[in-house]
Design a binder for this molecule. Structure first.
Ligand code: SF4
Ligand code: SF4
Length: 123
């Protein structure tokens, strides 16, 4: 069961600042790495990120490295399907903390969606 979910009004992972992700070459191919660097704009934000709506302008065509699915995470990070929820949720929380802060409204909103009584929903 997939508990992980993206929430509206976030966009934290669309800040691609490579200095915050020093291990990119460990999980991206050379072509993907070039693509990734080509997307990095002002302040590390992806050039396809709409700051007003906090949505991706190319959502349907976004690169694989922007997609959060058990299959892609297994391929990129060697994460087993059974570990997907915990790993993906932690990735979101780390990214949200780094961009908006641990005590941000974005973090509260995110945790409301995936955490109940201090635990990931359904686990
Ligand atoms: S950090 Fe997570 S919740 Fe926020 S936009 Fe990215 S996938 Fe969605
Ligand atoms: S392509 Fe879209 S989903 Fe990927 S980082 Fe850019 S704005 Fe975000």
């Amino acid at each position: 069961m997939t508990i992980w979910q993206c929430v509206m009004g976030c966009g934290a992972c669309c800040n691609l600042d490579p200095t915050d992700r020093p291990d990119l070459e460990n999980y991206l191919t050379i072509e993907e790495l070039t693509h990734y660097h080509n997307l990095v704009g002002k302040g590390g934000w992806c050039i396809n990120f709409n700051h007003d709506t906090r949505k991706c302008r190319i959502y349907k065509e976004r690169p694989n490295f922007c997609r959060v699915t058990p299959k892609i995470f297994e391929k990129m990070y060697k994460i087993k399907e059974s570990e997907f929820n915990g790993f993906a949720i932690e990735c979101c929380q780390q990214q949200i903390a780094g961009i908006y802060g641990e005590n941000s409204l974005e973090m509260k909103h995110y945790n409301q969606e995936v955490i109940i009584d201090g635990k990931i929903k359904g686990e």
